[in-house]
Design a protein around this ligand. Sequence first.
Ligand code: NHR
Ligand code: GAR
Length: 223
Amino acid sequence: MSSSDVKNLRVVVLISGSGSNLQALIDGVTHGDLPIEIAAVISNRPDVFGLTRATEAGIPTLVLDHKGFASREAFDQELMRRIDAYNPGLVVLAGFMRILTPEFTQHYQGRMLNIHPSLLPKFQGLHTHQRAIDAGESTHGVTVHFVTAELDGGPAIVQAVVPVLANDDATVLAKRVQRQEHVIYPLAVKWFAQGKLRMVDNKTELNGELLPACGYQIEANEP
Ligand code: NHR
Ligand code: GAR
């Protein structure tokens, strides 16, 4: 078998919103530097822009509205069934805003990634940019991590650090962070697709070596 016969990693992307991180992955595939096939994009919210992005890229989409389910367990069970129908090797949370049950995270253990807009373990949860400003932080950033049952607590893969500037508000700071998101998420997905990345004993291994708790650190070279 020649290398061109090797099948690309199948990826299902979960979104809840604008899908700019999804777009970064689509662009990586289009430009030929991301060896994956985005098998489907699933949103828990109808009518979000990320679904339009997927459709424009020719990717199948599905809306599974959590409001139609009696419990988190019932929603997660159906979500799992729908994802597995695409037979993915990796599940990517890209601005997905529903907390997932332990049954769900266990099922995709070691093959599900999230991008969280803070330098974890700082500022888990929501409204991270405002909280970083309010705390007087001089730096802020974003983390890609493996998803485990512990919310925003799975082992870190890669972090990008940006400065917090004197007159920043949450919107300006979020934009600075998001430019880095669009760099590090395709990078982490590429490592996984290349077989360089593994979760071992709740730690991250890259190229056969354990990473420090903060993952692989990238200093952003733009303000
Ligand atoms: N689930 C588990 N078990 N573990 C993680 O690490 C997860 C997860 C689900 C989502 C993304 C996460 C983030 O990066 C994520 C990581 C949503 C909330 C939240 O409070 C918190 C963290 C994250 C995503 N969601 C509300 C809820 O009740 C709903 C908020 C809304 O709909 O706007 O689920 O930040
Ligand atoms: C991103 O900034 C991502 O880090 C954040 O939401 C945004 C989604 O943007 N994720 C979370 O806050 C997860 N709770 P996008 O839809 O344009 O990719």
